[in-house]
Write a protein that binds this ligand. Structure first.
Ligand SMILES: [Zn+2]
Ligand SMILES: [Zn+2]
Length: 783
């Protein structure tokens, strides 16, 4: 039979994930001759064979791919047969300026798991077992090309047995850069800073003592994949309280790690889609509905209906939580830091920074090169059917709240060829974004840029991504807020390097982010329902309840929530009673003593300081009272009026606790006035006070409030469509993390024939802003 040849060019995540051995194995199986080679942009393959053999080869190449790989482009060229006599993996040098996407860190695979528990395997119970299909990647890479010396595994010389596996194209560990075994790789140990007499314990005995300490109610600092966790027994109320006190963290929920799905099912209701996420190789924290009667301590997530649960993702986690070893069945696994600082990553750093937080330290000597927090997501109750089938590993059920380990630095694929751009992102929940080609590399979650350590992590992160992906930005995008540290960084850098820079309005960036990740071409305008907490407006006011009409290039502000003053500025974000009274004042509703915010303010009163009086002065004079159209603040105000919360301990706490109370069977709505461009909540607030005074249950009022906002969004969209014929709606902004509101709004929009675009690759909150900034910059700067 006549032989022909075929050349295949593949781009995507195809290096460092066992792609060449996969091709080698496939060629071996089909008895084809030729070669495979890593190139600057991906993998090239050439083989000889019959037409039929080559077609089988091409099909299999696309469907049998290694689990961590991701094919972005797949090009086939038919060529004359070359007369190869062998199949070889050809070595290639990478050129400067070349780049390739890097795999995120992924959880231990099934094959490694079996070996971990096999007494006859040489890696039996070895906490760092990994292969080309699993283990650390992003967090250990110092530079590219991705080779062992350029990772933090460079410090460990492979033993002959590991080296043989590493060199064998048919072995699961062929060119697995972090390959290691008990003879040559990293190890764990347990040390106590307080009790020096205890000494240092290694390997199995360290893990056993760690389990016993946790079971005895002690708090452990545990070194993980992207940083340290602080851990304690989640069913031990006293230990959880103690951890809160030491961490200076009030109320904000702690994440949990449970040994397996069965245990998660004992504590939570878990839908099939949620199970899939829990078991996915990204192993995010999934917010699950808590079962009544679960023995998880109430202080793990006070006043919340959900628990944030993840399953073990490293071999060390599996060993630690192994059933029937005396380990607690659920652990709090919260980030190893004090309050809002970045999580600790280095051993010495942890010994210093976590000295007062942890009783003992479970450490290891594989360095973490870059910090990466656990990712957090929710699973949508409905399939967001308007989102296009996605090209990444994300599904349309996924609703990310924090995008980090397991996802970063996977790029979001765009439909344009991007010049190299840097988008600096926002102040809170910061991520930055660097673009190159069709890729938008959105960073892992950096955090709130409010302290020196986080700012440092931001700047180091940018340098690291620029080095890894060989990106030299030609322009910089930033948020309009002049005081944001990210904005200052962007402006300073643009000036020093004489680069063009562009300010992007916060809510326009939200809209663009939602469109970009949904691959919207931007050739037509869409309606943007941007409901958010805080963003700097073009008029200097604090925006956040914005109905926009726009595309990537521009936007028009069609409607916004009525302005109210924020008496006390940022203080009113922490003290919702202030916003509630400002809203009542604007609505012409009296500050009667029977109202929760009023009685709360009365209690604050001292002979020298009358809270109500001062508030009134602030509102009337405008001193330290910026105007806001924030939807987040309206949720705060209603929560305060209903007596849910007058002061908060973490972002959005009042709104989250209000949502928790909603009576899901209630269907009534309150009136909400729309005049000109202003959405006026005054009639709704009056109706809420009437309901309160008539003794309506709080869950019913909370439900009516949520129904009202969803109904308002639907009415506005219908109004806009009647004038413009536009029926595409993008939902973005932090308020959309409220699942009750999201579900109600999307089902109303679908009922009325709208196409709703939701986030499913980046968060709807400010964590997604940098992507939008980059998309706007591309279209406005015409680079
Ligand atoms: Zn593996
Ligand atoms: Zn070894």
């Amino acid at each position: 039979m006549a032989l022909r040849g075929v050349r295949v060019h593949i781009t995507g995540i195809v290096q460092g994930v066992g792609f060449r051995p996969f091709v080698y194995g496939l060629a071996d199986r089909l008895e084809l001759k030729g070669w495979v080679c890593n190139t600057s942009a991906g993998v090239d393959i050439e083989v000889d064979g019959t037409q039929k053999e080559l077609e089988t080869f091409i099909d299999s190449l696309q469907v049998e791919t290694p689990p961590l790989s991701r094919i972005d482009t797949f090009l086939v060229d038919w060529v004359p047969a070359n007369g190869f006599s062998t199949f070889e993996i050809v070595h290639s040098e990478s050129k400067s300026g070349d780049f390739i996407p890097i795999s995120p860190d992924v959880s231990i695979c099934q094959d490694c798991m079996s070996e971990l528990l096999d007494p006859n395997d040489r890696r039996y119970r070895y906490p760092f077992i990994n292969c080309t299909n699993c283990g650390p990647r992003f967090t250990i890479i110092k530079d590219i090309p991705y080779d062992r010396p350029k990772t933090t595994m460079g410090a460990f010389e492979m033993c002959p047995a590991c080296q043989a596996e590493y060199d064998d194209p048919l072995d699961r560990r062929f060119h697995a850069q972090p390959v290691a075994c008990p003879d040559c790789g990293p190890h764990v140990w347990l040390e106590s800073l307080k009790d020096k007499t205890q000494g240092v314990l290694h390997q199995d005995s360290a893990i056993q003592l760690a389990r016993e300490s946790l079971a005895a109610g002690r708090i452990l600092a545990i070194k993980g994949l992207g940083g340290f966790h602080l851990a304690c027994d989640a069913t031990n109320q006293q230990a959880v309280d103690e951890l809160r006190q030491r961490k200076l963290r009030v109320d904000k929920p702690f994440a949990l790690m449970m040994p397996n799905l069965e245990v998660a099912l004992e504590h939570c209701f878990v839908t099939p889609a949620e199970q899939e996420q829990l078991l996915s190789r990204q192993r995010p924290i999934v917010l699950l509905k808590k079962r009544p009667g679960s023995p998880i301590a109430g202080m793990v997530a006070p006043n919340q209906s959900t628990l944030g649960v993840m399953l073990p993702y490293t071999p060390l986690h599996y060993l630690l939580l192994e059933p029937e070893t005396g380990s607690p069945d659920s652990l709090v696994m919260t980030s190893g830091n004090l309050s809002e600082e970045p999580i600790a990553t280095g051993n010495e750093e942890a010994r210093q920074r976590l000295a007062d937080l942890a009783d003992e330290f479970l450490l290891h000597n594989r360095d973490i090169h870059i910090r990466c927090d656990d990712s957090v997501l929710r699973v949508l109750d409905f399939e967001s059917r308007d989102n296009p089938p996605d090209k990444s590993s994300l599904t349309s059920f996924q609703y990310p709240l924090r995008r980090a380990r397991g996802y970063a630095p996977n790029p979001v694929q765009l439909q344009w060829d991007m010049p190299p751009l840097l988008a600096a992102g926002p102040e809170l929940k910061n991520t930055f974004c660097l673009t190159r080609g069709q890729y938008a590399f959105i960073s892992h979650h950096i955090g709130d840029l409010e302290n020196y350590e986080t700012l440092q992590a931001f700047e180091e992160g940018i340098s690291h991504y620029e080095r890894l992906f060989r990106i030299q930005p030609q322009a910089i995008a930033y948020d309009l807020h002049p005081d944001y540290l990210a904005t200052r960084y962007a402006l300073e850098r643009a000036q020093n390097k004489s680069l063009p820079s562009i300010g992007v309005q916060h809510h326009h960036a939200h809209l663009a982010s939602c469109l970009a990740e949904n691959q919207h071409p931007g050739d037509r305008q869409v309606i943007g329902l941007i409901l958010d907490g805080t963003g700097y407006g073009e008029d200097g006011a604090v925006w956040g309840g914005e109905i926009l009409l726009g595309d990537y290039r521009q936007y028009e502000r069609l409607y916004h929530l009525a302005y109210v003053p924020l008496p006390g500025g940022d203080l009113s974000i922490r003290e919702p009673w202030r916003t509630a009274l400002a809203h009542l004042h604007r609505a012409g509703l009296g500050w009667e003593p029977d109202l929760f915010p009023v009685s709360y303010a009365e209690e604050l009163k001292t002979p020298e300081w009358d809270a109500l009086d001062i508030l009134k002065q602030q509102i009337e004079s405008g001193v330290n009272s910026p105007q806001t159209s924030s939807m987040g603040r309206l949720f705060d105000a209603v929560a305060a009026l209903l007596g849910v919360r007058q002061a908060v301990n973490y972002q959005a706490q009042a709104a989250i606790e209000l949502e928790f109370l909603v009576d899901q069977s209630e269907i009534n709505v309150y009136p909400f006035e729309v005049h000109e461009q202003v959405l006026d909540p005054a009639p709704m607030l009056a109706a809420i006070l009437n309901d309160l005074r008539a003794g309506a249950p709080v869950p019913v009022i909370a439900a009516r409030f949520h129904n009202t906002i969803a109904d308002l969004m639907q009415r506005i969209c219908i109004q806009i469509r009647s004038e413009t014929k536009i029926d595409e709606v993008a939902l973005s902004g932090g308020v959309w993390q409220n699942m009750t509101l999201l579900n109600k709004t999307v089902s109303k929009l679908h009922e009325h024939g709208f196409i709703a675009y939701l986030h499913h690759q980046v968060p709807a909150n400010d964590g997604g802003i940098s992507l939008g900034q980059a998309a706007v910059a591309l279209h406005k700067l015409k680079l």
